[in-house]
Design a protein around this ligand. Structure first.
Ligand code: SF4
Length: 595
């Protein structure tokens, strides 16, 4: 019988306790596996002696789900799940999504918009006085005042709107553990004989943010423009963004403060797990299965059940991505024995394993084992763009060793690398390229050139198109050499800040000339805390202060349609866009002629 964290009163009783220390409320279904934030934090706290229960995808229109585990002794931990709830619920065009891969049956509608706020207000009404700690991607990337695409306005830090006691951000295992240990000392016995913590004072804990009224003790902190300033002045917004973005690139950032309506948001610097601590997470006693109460398959589970994580962090610095603002820019890699031990467990214990390891990766698979050799690091957005930093140990040998040793594991027929790779890094090592193509592509390899025009790539922080073409040629040559029929699936983003209609047309003509058919187009979505979102909202490059063109309204539809001009549904939009550019003569070339 697999062991799961308690999800009801019977589970609590079976553990011989009357009250849980911590209850985690999450917008995802409960899959007891290290890829899911609440499970990971739950098991981590449990391994340090705390009892933890899970309330997964509660029905927020009723009280029952929130009441089912009673009050925790220390605090409620609230998360929207592995995704921001607005990203999970809406498309780039603000249409309601019809699916949710973190829910049984892939069903949409099981997590509310702004889930962190909704869950917190429900808990505050039902359990007045019980402390609440926010976590997960939604809280992490909304820790400062931020532009919200769905409201089309600047919102305060999420901790203000949710009225929570603490907000945790990033890879916050250490932060939440210290929070649990400290609040444990503050517990008081109630009349009913149950204990409840109070946060009588806010402590500086890594990876957390708090609200306070007096900042006199934080003399060396970086103070940002206030919420009032950034919500009314776009230049101030860009200035605040640049300040906290660059501070966050350092190995040892300072405390960051943002004044807000007479109070202060104080964000304490992160403290990441070291390699041993990181590895120990994968040895926690996860059931490695969805909770047995679910009857329909959960798509997210299929992505992770035969896969593992090799490292955390990303130093790519792509402007539209917030991973480095969440996981950090500096890489923490697991050792080979740690990864192999976990995979051996999957091979032996997962009943339907057939020899295919579907992924070993991280935010960018081929950054495994790469390190910044400088003691202090620096504030550069990217360690590889526009050039590879000479202080970066950019060897692909650790990746090669990893691939070789895993494919030799007894029981493994194939190891695929499904996480994205940086093709500019892959090109640094012929041996890596050769073995990647020969052994580790499952028919299609996803790569992300994102655009081809230099001005747009500059805004995106992506390498020039000649790198993509070099990679494509090499990939095709190696396929020929090894007698393989494998394809590159390139991803492109339309309507990114800096991209004009002419740029979109140039990209359309490039795709036509190179016979590249785009399966899926990502119309740029301004998600919280990315450089690109700052550009989208302010119309400014936050680092240079220069004005940036921002496609909005109909132009977004035009740019998206131009990337898939042969689709029937796009014909009218492409014709209109070409007319606007006075390039109607290109219509027959780009579209399929209709009778
Ligand atoms: S590798 Fe270079 S660019 Fe990257 S953080 Fe270190 S010093 Fe900065």
């Amino acid at each position: 019988m697999l062991d799961f964290l308690p999800v009801n009163k019977d589970d609590i009783k079976k553990r011989g306790i009357s009250q849980l220390d911590i209850i985690l409320v999450t917008g995802d279904a409960y899959i007891d596996h290290p890829s899911f934030g609440s499970s990971l934090i739950g098991r981590y706290l449990e391994s340090h002696g705390f009892t933890v229960g899970i309330i997964a995808q509660p029905d927020w229109k009723k009280d029952d789900d929130f009441l089912k585990l009673g009050a925790p002794r220390l605090f409620f931990g609230v998360s929207a799940g592995n995704l921001d709830s607005m990203v999970a619920n809406y498309t780039a065009d603000k249409k309601v999504r019809r699916t949710d891969m973190y829910t049984p049956g892939n069903e949409a509608g099981h997590r509310p918009d702004r889930a962190t706020i909704v869950y917190t207000s429900k808990l505050k009404a039902l359990f007045p006085g019980v402390p609440i700690v926010l976590g997960g991607v939604e809280a992490s990337l909304r820790r400062f005042a931020h532009y919200d695409y769905w409201d089309d306005k600047v919102r305060r830090s999420l901790i203000f709107d949710a009225k929570a006691d603490y907000l945790t951000y990033g890879m916050s295992e250490k932060g939440i553990l210290r929070l649990a240990q400290m609040t444990n000392d503050q517990c008081q016995m109630s009349n009913e004989g149950t204990e409840t913590a109070t946060f009588s004072r806010r402590f500086p804990i890594p990876n957390t943010a708090i609200i306070i009224k007096d900042i006199s003790e934080y003399k060396d902190a970086l103070v940002l423009p206030s919420f009032e300033e950034v919500s009314t002045d776009k230049k101030k917004y860009a200035e605040a963004f640049k300040l906290y973005y660059l501070e966050g690139r350092k190995k040892h950032p300072r405390v960051i403060i943002q004044p807000c309506q007479g109070r202060y948001l104080v964000v304490f610097p992160p403290e990441n797990l070291n390699q041993k601590e990181f590895e120990s997470l994968f040895e926690l006693p996860f059931a490695r299965a969805p909770h047995p109460s679910y009857h329909a398959p959960i798509p997210a589970w299929d992505f992770v059940k035969f896969s593992t994580v090799s490292h955390r962090g990303c130093f790519g610095g792509c402007s539209f991505c917030a991973i480095s603002q969440h996981q950090g820019k500096y890489i923490t890699s697991r050792s080979l024995p740690s990864i192999k031990k976990e995979l051996q467990d999957i091979i032996i214990k997962q009943p339907d394993f057939k020899g295919q390891i579907l992924d070993v990766g991280g935010p960018t698979a081929n950054m495994y084992g790469m390190t910044c050799t400088d003691k202090e690091g620096c504030t550069r957005a990217s360690c590889i763009y526009p050039t590879v930093c000479n202080k970066l140990d950019a060897s692909l040998k650790p990746s090669l060793k990893l691939m070789r040793e895993i494919r030799e594991l007894p029981g493994v027929k194939n190891l695929f690398i499904a996480s994205g790779i940086r093709y500019d890094l892959a090109l640094l090592d012929d041996e890596y390229m050769d073995e990647l193509v020969k052994h580790h592509v499952s028919g299609q390899l996803s790569v992300a050139p994102e655009h081809i025009c230099e001005e747009v790539l500059l805004m995106m922080g992506k390498p020039k198109v000649n790198k993509f073409l070099e990679f494509k040629d090499k990939f095709e040559a190696l396929n020929k050499k090894h007698g393989k029929k494998q394809f590159i699936v390139p991803y492109f983003i339309s309507s990114h800040p800096g991209s004009t209609l002419n740029h979109a047309l140039e990209l359309a003509l490039f795709l036509k000339k190179n016979n590249i058919r785009v399966e899926q187009v990502q119309n740029f979505t301004p998600t919280p805390m990315t450089v690109s979102t700052c550009m989208y909202y302010t119309g400014l490059d936050p680092f240079t202060g220069k004005v940036v063109h921002v496609p909005k309204g109909e132009e977004r539809s035009f740019q998206k349609a131009l990337l898939q001009p042969t689709l029937e549904k796009n014909y009218r939009l492409v014709a209109k866009a070409l007319k606007q550019m006075k390039k109607e003569m290109l219509l027959p070339l780009l579209t399929v002629r209709r009778q």
